[in-house]
Design a protein around this ligand. Sequence first.
Ligand code: URA
Length: 237
Amino acid sequence: MEPARRLCYLQALGIEVYRLRSRASANSTEEQPVESVCLEPQQGDFSQPLPKTDNWDRLQQYVKSCQKCSLAASRTQTVFGTGNPTASWMVIGEAPGADEDRQGEPFVGRAGQLLDEILWAAGHPRETVYIANILKCRPPKNRDPRPEEVTACRPYLLEQIKLVQPELILCVGRIAAQQLLQVDTPIGKLRGSVHAFEAIPGQSIPVIVTYHPAYLLRSPGEKRKVWQDIKLARQQH
Ligand code: URA
């Protein structure tokens, strides 16, 4: 990324630019230490296997025609996911909002613009990562996903993770993190640690948890913490 553009994004994130000397120094041991590392892998939920989904087209078709929960009745369209199918970073959010429901792509609203800035600053711009959500359909009035909706949608996300095989998963927001890792730990406790997720048994993917960009729009003072999380993510990959 050009230095000027990077500077702009970092400033938009409220990051003190003088602290970021180079990618090497960002990864150096002088930077924020990892507070704790919990590498107990979270097993994927294989209890509801899909019919054969060994390619993107087939998986996309299943999602597009999905009627497994009541969100099928209220959605404008499904929001499958987007990006580089061989990405090293995979970003997982909660669920489509109104903009995403209209456009059929994740993170295209204001929160999406901020996510783009975070990804640029991280050195993993949007087009290089794969972005998906826990739910593929918008919950009415953006309410929290219901357990039966998450359960119905989970096999799609698991297949996406298996197809991408990312080196790192960045979970944005409490709901994405709790649902992926199947815990009810508060986000403040999930941040700052490296979790692990196994979509394929025996293949553990590091997971970093950070705040949702929509939360950052409401609480810009927390952007600094997101940068800490991004540094931790960069230390993994
Ligand atoms: N918030 C999310 O978690 N996902 C989106 O796609 C948009 C907003």
